[in-house]
Every structure is written in structure tokens, then in C-alpha cells.
Write a protein of this length. Structure first.
Length: 498
């Protein structure tokens, strides 16, 4: 069998991955032996290299991805029916730092961005309407529609109202999470101007919310409390928006160093190719960006379970290690407090694509952050404070996690996918296909084809193409989700709704 039809990822692995669907009876030459496939095996799925005894760990990416539920023979298809996670509850961890220096040259690359008054840089110049409470979503939508009709978007990238369900009837942590994410929206540099739209009687009191913004640009961020408007609140809002539009349309892109770029790292609809193509590619990009002085953020904490020690040992300090331990164990406690197991994560689509356990998923997922040291650890709703690789507390849910990445300050979210997804959050959400079939079938969703890596292209060539693509999007080229108009936000909720 041609070597390009299968892949053993790590020398220590006890399984190989089929790079194309292989029928039963196919003979694979690997590790000096002939392995005959015992079942038809789909692309992206695993096959045992040697006999594996019941209870023995199955190794992929050089790490255990679970244990065999029964005796497995060499050539047997390994999947969720015969493989079970090793994950259980909260663990204790020991800090064993890995000192791996990046040896990537600084290239002095730039992109064209919008330099804001406070020195931050945006990759879009948009006008946003941010409701403090869901009660005014309809007004916000009407204002955005009216302003688009009046201006035809001349001189700006977009006008958008970010509707959500919250801002009232929430308690404690949920209420604060909503306030923090809305604050982050208002302060995000991709917005040239923002109208904060309030009802007036909500728990998220407008004047207290504005105080959360700190020393903000009062020429570009305005508040309208609709209950305090005598007469038509839409006309009052339009008067404010027309003034903001006059300012924003005069903004121009300028060359800024790539060290100013901040990207979020996310995956969804993953498959067996995710940890072979798209995630390693994004990891190479993340390392390149960090080496240039830029910033990347990895989140979806439940999809770190099983690979968390790799991240913990890359923490630059013991304090960051302890924060990462809390990041992981707090999410495990969250699962357990709701009576849910910590390892029951792979979705039906994941399993169909070749991911059998959470460890299998996590070891592929965490490759998105490359090999750089961990420089910062953020709680949900926090804004970035340090450059370099950061970890962020948020769930695996695609829209919630992508919103959290953008809220932390990311200009762009890099979203790898093996099965495809059209959505986008409030910043450009670039879809990176793990396989060429998806890239071809859903070209209207996909921004970049990492499946080139299984078609013969080398990683350095593909990485350089990807760098050019990301910088083009940062400089104004629309991502597919922007072209399609698929943009929304979702805020994490855990507690009671009154």
C-alpha cells in the first residue's frame, strides 16, 4: 500500500491513521511488518499496528488516548466501540517545566490596520450597536438597518447590532460575565465607534456599565437610554449614529507591525485529519506570530482534558502553572457539579470523522497553539494583558468560545474544521479545512485548505501561504463568514435565570 494512504503520527504510536478510506484486506507495510486491515476503515480513522490487550492503553500522538475495551488484533479498526477514555475527575499536577525556545526568525512583516486613539489597532472599521439588555434588541436591529440604508457603508466596513438575551434576570457570576463580555465588545478596536443602547431599568444599569469601561474615547462611544428619550428613540439613536458615522468614515488603514496582531485559536466539527493537517498548521502560524511579538489565545478548556499537562509544563512561571491547573480543574468541577462526566465530549460528527475519545480530540486540539511557552492565563471575560501565547477559560461550544476569544481582544479567530461550519462571531472567523474534500465541497464556507498537507505540499510552504492569507484578512480582505453575513455572539451562562 502506498505510504500516502496512511500515517503513523508518532514513533511511539500503537495505531496508524488512514488518510483515505481503505477496504478490508488492504495490506499496509509499516514498522517492518505487513498489516492486513480486518474491516473497511474510513478516512481519518485508526487501525491497530500490533495486538492490543483489553485494558491496555492505545497510543496516538505519542500519548494515551484511552484504553482498549477488548483484545484488539493488528489491523483492527479502533473506534469508540472498542476504545474508552481514561479520564475521570479532578487531578493533582506537578510542575515539570519544558524550556523549548522558538527559533523562528523575525521577518518584520506588517498589515494594514486602524490605529485607535489609545494605541490599539483594529483590523476592521465598523460601527457597532451594543445593547446593555436584550429588551432593546429590536431597536438596535432597526437602528443598524436604518444607518446601512442611509450610508450604503461608504467609507466603513460594516454596521452591526450585537443582540443577546441577557443584561437582566441574571445573578452573580452570570450577570458579571454578561457585563464583562459587553464591556469587551464596546472597547474592541475593530469598532471605530459604538452606540451603547440601554432600556434603563435593567440589572445591567447603564451608568454603572459605562463606568466599567474606564477611560474610554467619549467621542467614539456614546450611550442612549431609551426610557429617558421623549418621543421616538429610533430618531434619537439615528442622530447619535450619524455623528459617529461622520467620524468613522474618515479613518484610514495604515501599515502596522505584525506584533500588533492578536488571533484566537479554535476548532469545531473536527475529524481524524484535524490533528494531522489544520491544527498543526495553525500551531505553526501561532508560533510564527508569537516569534514576531504577536499574540495568540487558546481556549475550549474541556477539550484540553487529556493533553493539559503538555500546556501546564509550557507555562513560563510556577504562578502561570497554578493558574492553568485551576483553569482545568475548575472546568472539571463545573462538569461534575452538574452530574456530567468529564470525558464524554466527542460529538457524533467527531466520532464519524475518526475521533474516538476526549484524549484523542484534545491531543489534536491543543496542537493549534504550537510549541510556544504559555505567557498568560485569562479568566472568562478578561481582556489581554500580555503578548505571546495565552490560555483562556471558556467552554468548547463553538460560538461561546469564539465570542470569548474575540472578547479577550482577538482581531481574528482561526477556526479549524473537518466537517465544516458556516458561523462567525463578531470578528472575522476564518475557517481552515482539514481535508481537501471539505475545502472543495464547501468553498463558500472555507477560507483556507490545510488538506494540501496530505496532497504532497510541505508544511513550510503551506504555512507561508497561510501567513499571507491571514495578513490579507487582517488588512481588509473579508473572511467567508463576513461575505455570507454570518456574525453573532453568545455569552456563557451557568446559573439561575430569574
Amino acid at each position: 500500500m502506498n505510504q500516502t494512504s496512511f500515517l503513523k503520527i508518532n514513533p511511539a504510536d500503537s495505531v496508524f491513521v488512514c488518510l483515505q478510506a481503505l477496504p478490508a484486506g488492504t495490506v499496509v507495510e509499516l514498522d517492518g511488518k505487513s498489516i492486513t486491515l480486518l474491516q473497511d476503515t474510513p478516512a481519518g480513522h485508526k487501525v491497530a499496528i500490533n495486538d492490543i490487550a483489553a485494558g491496555e492503553n492505545v497510543i496516538k500522538y505519542g500519548y494515551p488516548i484511552g484504553h482498549a475495551l477488548k483484545d484488539l488484533k493488528a489491523g483492527e479498526w479502533v473506534n469508540e466501540d472498542n476504545l474508552k477514555t481514561n479520564l475521570s475527575g479532578v487531578l493533582e499536577y506537578t510542575y515539570s517545566p519544558v524550556d523549548e525556545k522558538l527559533t523562528i526568525p523575525v521577518e518584520n512583516r506588517t498589515f494594514k490596520g486602524y490605529v485607535r486613539k489609545n494605541g490599539e489597532v483594529g483590523v476592521r472599521n465598523e460601527i457597532w450597536i451594543v445593547p446593555t439588555v436584550g429588551c432593546v434588541n429590536g431597536i438596535a436591529e432597526k437602528l443598524a438597518e436604518r444607518l446601512q440604508q442611509e450610508t450604503a457603508l461608504e467609507g466603513i466596513d460594516a454596521i452591526h447590532a450585537w443582540h443577546h438575551n441577557y443584561g437582566c434576570s441574571q445573578l452573580s457570576e452570570d450577570h458579571e460575565n454578561t457585563r464583562k463580555v459587553l464591556r469587551d465588545l464596546v472597547l474592541h478596536p475593530n469598532a471605530g465607534a459604538v452606540l451603547v443602547l440601554s432600556l434603563g431599568c435593567e440589572n445591567n444599569q447603564p451608568k454603572d456599565f459605562m463606568a466599567m469601561l474606564g477611560d474610554y474615547d467619549q467621542d467614539r462611544i456614546k450611550l442612549l437610554i431609551t426610557q429617558e428619550v421623549d418621543g421616538d428613540e429610533v430618531e434619537a439613536g439615528m442622530a447619535v449614529l450619524r455623528d459617529l458615522y461622520a467620524k468613522v468614515k474618515e479613518d484610514v488603514r495604515t501599515e502596522v507591525p505584525v506584533s500588533k496582531l492578536r488571533v484566537g485559536l479554535k476548532c469545531g466539527g473536527s475529524d481524524g485529519f484535524s490533528g494531522i493537517t489544520a491544527n498543526p498548521l495553525v500551531g505553526e502560524f501561532s508560533d510564527w506570530l508569537v516569534a514576531q511579538g504577536g499574540t495568540s489565545i487558546l481556549t475550549e478548556v474541556p477539550e484540553m482534558f487529556g493533553a493539559e499537562t503538555i500546556l501546564m509544563n509550557r507555562c513560563e512561571t510556577p504562578e502561570l502553572f497554578e493558574k492553568t491547573v485551576s483553569l482545568v480543574n475548575d472546568f472539571k468541577e463545573y462538569f461534575l457539579s452538574h452530574g456530567e462526566p468529564v470525558g464524554e465530549n466527542p460529538s457524533p460528527g467527531n466520532k464519524k470523522g475518526g475521533i474516538s475519545t476526549l484524549e484523542d480530540k484534545a491531543l489534536g486540539c491543543t496542537q493549534k497553539c504550537g510549541r510556544a511557552p504559555v505567557s498568560g492565563v485569562l479568566s472568562y471575560g478578561d481582556r489581554l494583558e500580555v503578548n505571546g501565547l495565552n490560555l483562556l477559560s471558556a467552554p468548547g461550544n463553538d460560538l461561546v468560545a469564539s465570542t470569548a476569544l474575540a472578547s479577550a481582544g482577538c482581531h481574528i479567530v482561526l477556526f479549524t474544521t473537518g466537517r465544516g461550519t458556516p458561523f462567525g462571531t463578531f470578528v472575522p472567523t476564518m475557517k481552515v479545512a482539514t481535508n481537501p474534500t471539505l475545502a472543495q465541497r464547501k468553498a463558500n464556507w472555507i477560507d483556507f485548505n490545510a488538506g494540501q498537507l496530505v496532497e504532497g505540499k510541505d508544511m513550510l510552504t503551506v504555512r507561508n501561504e497561510f501567513i499571507d492569507k491571514v495578513l490579507a484578512v487582517a488588512s481588509g480582505e473579508p473572511a467567508r463568514n463576513e461575505i455570507n453575513g454570518y456574525r453573532e455572539i453568545s455569552i456563557f451562562k451557568n446559573g439561575v435565570t430569574l
